[in-house]
Design a protein around this ligand. Structure first.
Ligand code: ADP
Ligand code: MG
Length: 646
């Protein structure tokens, strides 16, 4: 049933496209649909960047232009056929995507927007100026693609575009469902946790940009053949804004959203050229807004106050449309107003909004019961596992850690305690590479060899065998619990993009195995019934357990837990302690920051006490509990009541 309802719209849509040329003989309308399809390919790609990795690109109209001009130049200068020019436009544009991504993705937010914008502007100018290659403002005429010595007919090319869309849809869907897609979403929801799961944020941002550019290249190439004429001014800034508007309005992370967005992008300019049509739409919007307002008032979902602005705006637009007599001057203003409307009232896009109105669709997480090794721990080895020497961590004048030594023995649960602000979390951040210590070194022992950790990136440290959780929970909120753990298991995938797209046996085996293991880990942390729940919907205590489960996916011999019991209820804490013991019994060593002294006393083999960035005591739980320095600094003083509840 579920499969059926998923395939039905795709099959129907495809059928409609196949029969369309039989019914629509008007070349103009066929071309319009063709353009929508071509734009949707670009929007699939742009969605990877905007929807999945959560970055902004203002350079996509330029990438689209690179695709078009690759076809244009190869055709015009060398007379190459479409089965060479189109793959070339994909490859060349992907190359430009890489060129943009490598420097641009070192920066984020507004800087990234500026860099991509500059890139787009430069490319447009280059296309304009490099007359020897691009014919400059004159543009290039492109002949119809030739197949078997015959130029393709309009209908044949339309079918060719449909085939390209189906292919892109397949590639996109496969990538998004794979460990690549999970990495993209993970880096959007929490870059820091993503790195600490061994998934390099930078690397996957670059991959996302390159993939996105490849889609833009195919789209641009097809566009060149479809228009049969290209000129630099088509690939301007307005187009970039339209693309972004299309993604946001259609709905991010959705292929139907991309189609809808493409429809809007293509129809909007012609819609804004016809004043009668515009009036009609303005009046319909008013009716829809009023109806929705009445429904939500009756259902008591919204108050009068919340509805005032949308109703006033809809009335305003309707009045504006009535009084308007020339629409072309207002085009940009109307774009702007639409963007504002979408940003404020339709953040999930039209598709996102519509799916919210429908009964909530359950995520469908499938896995098989396989014979999996749940946790790959060490083999009861002894000796040191982690050694931090003379760690000095300075923030300006503050010495958050002042020459602290720490030695964690294999198989131990090592407690790290101290008052708030004493440097405990800083220690974890130094060990996991989030902070570079001002002085000192961290060594990690694997198979008797000491590996220096400081200087490595967080993802490299994670892959070397140090997993962690965070004091302020860092989950991948929009992903399901199972997917969160699958990100932890990312390192078990050896498959590349080709494996993913072709569904190779290797990839299918890895995915099956990882899913089975993820389900087993979820059971270990007691979340088996919430397997398809989005992480952000879990209660706080469960979120902490999920974070531990995700860290277990890394198969790391050392697990660092930063205040796992903070904010938990008493029964939750009991469950947590049980789980920590289970993990230790699997041969995993733990470094545990905790304020609940009863927890620390009952499970820690050794305890280190920090105060103002200094190590003031170390020993067994009982030794430190009776240490006068510890009592005056931490246990006796004004600390949280839980700390003394033992
Ligand atoms: P704890 O985890 O023991 O409560 P932290 O390690 O979080 O303490 O913090 C130790 C000290 O270092 C605090 O005074 C804190 O303000 C400071 N600190 C931590 N991280 C930073 C940072 N990134 N920049 C400046 N100061 C920091
Ligand atoms: Mg802390």
């Amino acid at each position: 049933m579920n499969k059926f309802s998923r395939w039905l719209p795709i099959t129907l849509g495809l059928l409609a496209l196949i029969v369309l040329p039989q019914f629509v003989h008007n070349a103009y309308y066929l071309h319009l649909v063709e353009t929508i399809l071509i734009y949707s390919i670009l929007l699939f790609g742009l969605d990877i960047v905007v929807g999945y990795t959560g970055l902004v690109s203002l350079g996509h109209s330029a990438l689209f232009g690179v695709g078009s001009y690759t076809v244009g130049v190869l055709f015009f200068k060398l007379g190459l056929p479409f089965y060479i020019t189109l793959p070339a436009s994909i490859v060349v544009t992907a190359g430009f995507g890489a060129l943009l991504a490598l420097p641009a993705l070192r920066v984020t937010g507004p800087y990234l927007a500026m860099v991509t914008l500059a890139f787009g502007t430069i490319l447009q100018i280059l296309i304009n100026e490099m007359t020897f290659l691009t014919e400059g403002p004159l543009g290039i005429k492109i002949g119809k693609p030739v197949l078997f010595d015959m130029p393709m007919s309009k209908v044949a090319f339309f079918y060719f575009v449909v085939a390209c869309v189906v292919l892109s849809l397949w590639v996109m869907q496969r990538i998004i469902k794979s460990h690549y897609g999970r990495a993209f979403e993970a880096l959007r929801d929490s870059p820091i946790a993503c790195d600490c799961m061994g998934v390099s944020v930078y690397r996957y941002k670059v991959i996302a940009f390159i993939l996105s550019a490849a889609f833009a290249g195919l789209s641009g190439g097809l566009y060149a053949y479809s228009e049969q004429y290209i000129a630099p001014n088509a690939y301007n800034f307005e187009l970039t804004i339209l693309f972004l508007l299309a993604i946001i309005m259609g709905g991010r992370k959705s292929r139907s959203g991309a189609f809808l967005g493409a429809l809007i992008v293509v129809m909007l300019p012609s819609l804004l050229a016809d004043i009668e049509l515009f009036r009609w739409i303005a009046y319909s919007i008013l009716v829809i807004v009023l109806l929705t307002a009445i429904i939500s008032l009756v259902n008591k979902q919204k108050t009068w106050k919340q509805l005032l602005i949308p109703i006033a705006a809809a009335i305003g637009v309707a009045v504006f449309a009535k009084t308007l007599d020339n629409i072309t001057d207002w085009r940009l203003t109307i774009f702007g107003v639409m963007t504002l409307f979408v940003v404020y009232y339709l953040q999930e896009g039209i598709v996102g909004y519509a799916t919210k109105l429908l009964p909530r669709r359950k995520h469908n997480e499938q896995f098989e019961q396989l014979d999996v090794e749940l946790i790959k721990g060490g083999k009861n080895a002894s000796g040191p596992l982690l050694k931090a020497d003379q760690i000095l961590m300075q923030f300006g004048g503050l010495k958050a850690l002042n020459r602290v030594d720490l030695l964690v023995q294999q198989g131990h649960i090592h407690g790290l305690i101290g008052p708030n602000g004493s440097g405990k979390s800083t220690m974890m951040n130094v060990i996991t590479g989030i902070y570079q210590p001002t002085e000192g070194a961290v060594h990690f022992y694997r198979q008797g060899q000491a590996l220096q950790m400081n200087g490595l990136t967080p993802s490299a440290i994670a892959l070397n065998g140090i997993a962690r959780t965070f004091q302020n929970v860092q989950l991948f909120g929009e992903m399901t619990t199972l997917e969160n753990i699958l990100v932890g298991l990312h390192h078990t995938f050896k498959s590349n993009l080709l494996d993913v797209v072709l569904l190779s046996p290797r990839y299918r085996r890895e995915e099956r195995y990882a899913r089975a293991r993820a389900a087993a880990i979820l059971t270990l942390v007691g979340l088996q019934t919430q397997i398809a729940e989005e992480a952000r919907n879990l209660p706080y205590g469960k979120q902490r357990l999920l974070e531990i489960g995700r860290a277990l996916g890394l198969d790391a011999p050392l697990l660092l837990l930063d205040e796992p019991a903070a904010g938990l209820t008493a029964p939750d804490i009991k469950e947590l302690v049980m789980i920590i013991r289970k993990i230790r019994d699997c041969g995993i060593t733990l470094l545990l920051i905790e304020h609940h002294m009863d927890v620390v006393m009952s499970i820690c083999d050794r305890v280190t006490v920090l105060d103002f960035g200094q190590k003031i005591a170390e020993g067994t739980g009982n030794e430190v509990r009776t240490d006068p320095k510890v009592i005056s600094a931490y246990l006796g003083g004004d600390v949280e009541s839980t700390a003394t509840s033992h």
